[in-house]
Design a protein around this ligand. Structure first.
Ligand SMILES: *[C@@H]1O[C@H](CO)[C@@H](O)[C@H](O)[C@H]1NC(C)=O
Ligand SMILES: *[C@@H]1O[C@H](CO)[C@@H](O)[C@H](O)[C@H]1NC(C)=O
Ligand SMILES: *[C@@H]1O[C@H](CO)[C@@H](O)[C@H](O)[C@H]1NC(C)=O
Ligand SMILES: *[C@@H]1O[C@H](CO)[C@@H](O)[C@H](O)[C@H]1NC(C)=O
Length: 406
C-alpha cells in the first residue's frame, strides 16, 4: 500500500525508531524478544526451527506445522530489510526459499539489483490465477519482534510481508492437499510498490495473461470492493522580489499560491456511493526567501484521492484556477477509482482509500484485493500484524484461489 493520505494518523518516527533504522539486522538474532523473556518456541505454535537461520527449510507440512512454518517464513522475510530500492537481498532469499519448495522461479530484472520474483509449478508459467504482493517496504527499517500477546511488530510485518507469507503458505497448502497443479497458480512478488510501481509495471513484460489476479495488501481480512484513484499536480507561482517596506514595487507569489490553494481546498469534488468523496490534500508548500522580502516564488504539491472520473476532476481544477497567476503541472501518471471483484462468499467487504499496484497490471483479469493487518498501522512505527490474522489469511487466500479456479 502506498501513499496513504487516507490514514487518520500520521506518525512522527520516534527516536527509538530512528535508532532502529541504523541497526543492522543480525543473522544470529533468535526469535524476537518482547522484553518478557519470550523466545523461540514460547509462542504456542510448536517448534519452529527458524531461530537464527536464514536458510530456507524443507519440512513436511502436516497441518500442525503450517502455522509454525508460516510464522517462520514471515519472520525471515521481515528480518531482511527491503526499503525500496534495496530489495535485492529479500528477493534472493525468497527465490531460494521458493526453489526449496520445488517451485520454478524466475527473477525478472526491473532495474539494476532490483528483481521481481515470479514462481510457478513445473514448466507452466502461464496459469489461470496469479497471486501477487510486494517485497519492498517504506523506511525506516524496524526490528521484527514477536510479542507474547500474539502480535508481531516491525517493518513489513503488515505491509506487505504478511500477505507475501500467507499467499505462499496458501499455495503450498493447496498443493499439498492436491487441489492445485501445474498451470493453475503462479506467484509474483514485486519491487517498488511503495515508490513508483516500477516492479508491477515491468510485470506486464512477462507476456502473460490471467483469468484472475489476487492482490495482497492489508485489508483487515476483508475482501476489497475497490479503492480510490490518484491524481497529482504541482502549483508554481511567480512574483517579483522587492523590499517588504515597498510592496507596491513587487509581486507577491505567496499571495497567489495561498489564494489558489484556498479556493482548491473548498471545492466539493464529485465522488461515488461506493468510495465516498474525492479529497484534495496540499501536502507540501513553500515560498519566499525572507520575511522582509516580497516573495518572488512559491510552490506546492497536491494530491487528489479520486472517487470519480479523473478527467472530470482535472477539468474542474483547471477551470477553477483559470486566469489566476499560477502554473499547474499535472503528473503524467494517474489512475481512476478501481472497482474490484468481490463475488466470493464468506468474506466481509470494504472499500479502501489507499492506492495499490492494481492499476499497474494491464489485462482483463478479475481483480481481488485481500490481506491481513490494518492500513492504519502500515507505514507507521507501530506497524504490526496479529498471529491469528496471519493464520486466518492463509485460509482466506486458499478460498480466493479455489474460487478463481472453480
Ligand atoms: C534491533 O535489533 C538490533 C540487532 O539485534 C539491536 O541491536 C537493536 O537494539 C534493536 N532495536 C530495537 C529498537 O529493538
Ligand atoms: C518440464 O521440465 C522438465 C525439467 O524441469 C523436463 O524434464 C520436462 O521435459 C519438461 N516438460 C515439458 C512438457 O516441457
Ligand atoms: C502486545 O504487546 C505489545 C508489546 O508489549 C504491545 O505494544 C501491544 O499493544 C500489545 N497488543 C495487544 C493487542 O495487546
Ligand atoms: C518548490 O520550490 C523549491 C525551491 O525552488 C524546490 O526545491 C522544490 O522542488 C519545489 N517543489 C515543487 C513541488 O515544485
Amino acid at each position: 500500500m502506498k501513499f496513504s493520505t487516507a490514514s487518520p494518523v500520521f506518525f512522527i518516527f520516534s527516536l527509538v525508531t530512528a535508532a532502529a533504522a541504523n541497526a543492522v539486522p543480525v543473522l544470529a538474532l533468535p526469535w524476537g524478544e518482547d522484553g518478557e523473556g519470550k523466545r523461540k518456541g514460547d509462542y504456542g505454535y510448536g517448534g519452529c526451527d527458524g531461530g537464527g537461520t536464514r536458510s530456507p527449510t524443507r519440512r513436511a507440512d502436516d497441518s500442525a506445522d503450517i502455522s509454525a512454518s508460516l510464522i517462520e517464513l514471515h519472520k525471515n522475510l521481515c528480518e531482511i530489510p527491503s526499503v525500496a530500492p534495496n530489495e535485492l537481498a529479500v528477493g534472493d532469499w525468497l527465490a531460494t526459499y521458493l526453489e526449496s519448495r520445488s517451485f520454478t522461479v524466475e527473477k525478472q530484472e526491473v532495474a539494476r539489483n532490483r528483481n521481481n520474483i515470479f514462481a510457478y509449478l513445473g514448466n507452466e508459467s502461464q496459469t489461470r490465477t496469479l497471486v501477487t504482493s510486494h517485497i519492498d517496504v517504506v523506511p525506516p527499517y524496524i526490528n521484527y519482534t514477536y510479542h507474547s500477546n500474539g502480535t508481531i511488530t516491525g517493518r513489513g510485518t503488515n505491509d506487505a510481508k504478511g500477505c507475501v507469507a500467507a499467499q505462499i503458505k496458501a499455495v503450498e497448502a493447496l498443493l499439498a492437499e492436491g487441489l492445485i497443479g501445474e498451470g493453475d497458480v503462479a506467484m509474483l512478488f514485486v519491487v517498488a510498490e511503495e515508490t513508483d510501481g516500477a516492479g508491477m509495471i515491468k510485470a506486464n513484460d512477462l507476456g502473460l495473461t490471467w483469468e484472475s489476479v489476487i492482490f495482497g495488501e492489508p485489508t483487515e481480512l476483508k475482501l476489497s470492493l475497490g479503492h480510490k484513484g490518484v491524481l497529482r499536480f504541482n502549483i508554481q507561482a511567480f512574483g517579483k522580489a522587492a523590499h517588504s517596506g515597498y510592496p507596491q514595487l513587487g509581486i507577491n507569489a505567496n499571495d497567489h499560491l495561498v489564494e489558489a490553494l484556498y479556493i482548491l481546498s473548498k471545492i466539493q469534488f464529485p465522488g461515488s456511493d461506493l468510495l465516498g468523496d474525492s479529497t484534495l490534500n496540499y501536502g507540501v508548500m513553500g515560498g519566499g526567501t525572507a520575511a522582509n522580502i516580497i516573495s518572488p516564488y512559491a510552490n506546492a504539491s497536491v494530491a487528489i484521492r479520486l472517487a470519480a472520473d479523473p478527467l472530470l476532476v482535472k477539468n474542474l481544477v483547471n477551470e477553477i484556477v483559470r486566469g489566476r497567476s499560477i502554473t499547474l503541472t499535472w503528473f503524467e501518471r494517474f489512475y481512476g477509482p478501481q472497482y474490484l471483484d468481490h463475488d466470493v462468499e464468506g468474506f466481509e467487504t470494504e472499500a479502501q482509500a489507499y492506492g495499490t499496484d492494481i492499476p499497474n497490471l494491464k489485462g482483463n483479469h478479475k481483480r481481488y484485493l485481500y490481506g491481513p493487518g490494518s492500513i492504519f498501522t502500515a507505514h507507521s512505527d507501530a506497524e504490526f500484524v496479529t498471529v491469528t490474522d496471519l493464520i486466518e489469511s492463509v485460509e482466506g487466500y486458499k478460498a480466493l484461489i479455489m474460487h478463481t479456479l472453480s
